[in-house]
Design a protein around this ligand. Sequence first.
Ligand SMILES: NC(=O)c1ccc[n+]([C@@H]2O[C@H](COP(=O)([O-])OP(=O)(O)OC[C@H]3O[C@@H](n4cnc5c(N)ncnc54)[C@H](OP(=O)(O)O)[C@@H]3O)[C@@H](O)[C@H]2O)c1
Length: 327
Amino acid sequence: MRAVLLKEFGDVDQLYIGETAAPELSEYSIRVKVVATALNRADTLQRKGFYPPPPGASTILGLEMAGDVIEVGDKVTKWNIGDRVLGLLAGGGYAEQVVIHEDIAMPMADDMSYTDAAAIPEVFLTAFQALNYLADIRPSEQILIHAGASGVGTAAIQLAKAMGASRVIITASKGKHQICRDLGADHTIDYANQDFQAEISKITEGKGVDVIIDFLAAAYFQKNINSLDFDGRMIMLALMGGVQLDNVNIANILRKRIRIIGSTLRARSLDYKKGLTKDFSDFAMKRFADGTLTPVIDSIYSWTEVREAHSYMEANKNKGKIILAID
Ligand SMILES: NC(=O)c1ccc[n+]([C@@H]2O[C@H](COP(=O)([O-])OP(=O)(O)OC[C@H]3O[C@@H](n4cnc5c(N)ncnc54)[C@H](OP(=O)(O)O)[C@@H]3O)[C@@H](O)[C@H]2O)c1
């Protein structure tokens, strides 16, 4: 099969489409002809050699896909050849074929396009995991989502609203505020020109928010813990703002009974991903069908333009997902 391969770790020029062995089918897996995949920040880090795939995963980039089932393992009961599926991958999505456990694949609605479907798995499962499993958000809670226009952010805004959050506040660069409002954000903060801690205090009348979805780590740590209410939870999903804390006052963690929870999705066990996929499907698929939830697509590139797509993401230009069509 053909796949996007790497000459060596480095910049976008290292990416090329070449021939490689197709993945092997196992008894509980299905082989999918990939029609569309999507970019994630992790792909850019893996390309540079900073984010190795977990043991046993494909070394090909790509954490999600949508496509057609073309072969089923001997013990597969859920799928038939020709079914249209989407699903999360530990790697391998930038390719003509993937093999995925039958319980990780989700059915595509009849009227859903492959490009829409490919925009769902990684960011919606990440956001669902963060809000439901980790933050355990309750209706009427207030939530702050950093990087609101990122892939994960755009999914989290919609899911938080669908889970009954009373107020969703996001930070993003100014040009990305409208899309966040269109998706349901009640307040938007331009982090470059506004102090988000002061804004949160104003918006919540000094109380603070119940949950923060964070990607900025060290850069926002102090202001995050100062922006949480009693029993607040901060879910750390990325380290985009650095890892080294300097001169941080942690008193509020104790005083306000704050919980700080870090998480990754890619390296979770198969059983965990099966459970997450099922819980997410039960919650979300009917909401995609009725329009409560919607995949947010910034742009669609042919996979022959994978270098341009990576550069575009690394310039922080996207609002929502960048799709690669495998044509
Ligand atoms: N832990 C997990 O389970 C998990 C799963 C999926 C993704 N992630 C992580 O979550 C993050 C978001 O992923 P994504 O694919 O949704 O990202 P994305 O669509 O590429 O969006 C990232 C956005 O973050 C904002 N940003 C703010 N500060 C930044 C900084 N210092 N450097 C770079 N960007 C900054 C930028 O928007 P503005 O213009 O608004 O600043 C940028 O467009 C990534 O770090 C990714 O690795 C974690």
